[in-house]
Design a protein around this ligand. Structure first.
Ligand code: SAH
Length: 216
């Protein structure tokens, strides 16, 4: 698959829409303007790749809406060179946005078929995060602590394991709620025992499964 002038033009329009919706982070905007989102979609949806919408990616999962990706990444505000853990690799689009921003990315996916597909796709596009198949609700202790953790599936509660794997000063961005609607939380680790939680808008994600997520 190739990028095209048409796709580039559509990305510029998408970025303009995201700015209208309040996205300001230059790194987030540059990444979304650069990454060919149509590479991540099944043929049936390619025509719609630059609409601000979520789409099915198989296995009952979705690629998040660009606004959602932008909003979560802006809250995470990762610095180049920082160490970030993503839970829910899915199509790999959010992962590419983070790699494009210069982070050292670790990304976990629970669904074996999606893990296999995306682990092959991203390096071909020039993106090389570190992949793991497993339950991300428990984090990735081997590589902890992280400067940032971003959860791209809806959690019933904030998994304790993820809070514990943050560096002091690190941020956890996670949607928490019921199966229909979740509130976006940005949790900052202040010191060993204390965390500050800020609440943002409502979103609707596929469920975070696993030990500290929803039961299958
Ligand atoms: N960031 C993705 C969004 C994918 S949707 C993208 O840009 O396309 C959320 C993903 O979370 C799904 O692929 C789902 O399989 C995965 N998921 C659900 N529970 C998980 C868990 N406990 N650990 C890791 N991944 C999980």
């Amino acid at each position: 698959m190739e990028d095209s002038y048409k796709a580039k033009g559509l990305r510029r329009k998408l970025v303009a829409i995201l700015k209208q919706k309040g996205i300001v982070h230059p790194g987030v905007i540059a990444a979304i303007e650069k990454i060919p989102r149509h590479f991540f979609l099944d043929n049936a949806f390619i025509e719609h790749a630059y609409e601000d919408k979520a789409f099915p990616i198989g296995e009952g999962q979705t690629i998040s809406q660009p606004y959602t990706v932008a909003f979560q990444t802006e809250l995470l505000a990762p610095k180049p060179g920082s160490k970030v853990l993503e839970i829910g690799t899915g199509s790999g689009y959010q992962a590419c946005v983070l790699v494009e921003m210069g982070v050292q990315l670790f990304t976990m996916e629970y669904n074996r078929a999606l893990y296999d597909k995306t682990r092959k796709r991203l390096p071909k596009m020039g993106y090389q995060p570190i992949f793991k198949h497993g339950d991300g609700s428990l984090g990735w202790p081997l590589h902890a602590p992280f400067d940032g953790i971003i959860v791209t599936a809806g959690a019933p509660v904030v998994p304790q394991a993820l809070k514990e794997q943050l560096k002091v000063g690190g941020r956890l961005v996670i949607p928490v709620g019921d199966s229909q609607v979740q509130k976006m939380l940005c949790i900052t680790r202040l010191n060993k025992n204390d965390y500050q939680t800020k609440e943002f808008d409502n979103f609707s994600f596929v469920p975070l499964l696993g030990k500290q997520g929803w039961k299958k």
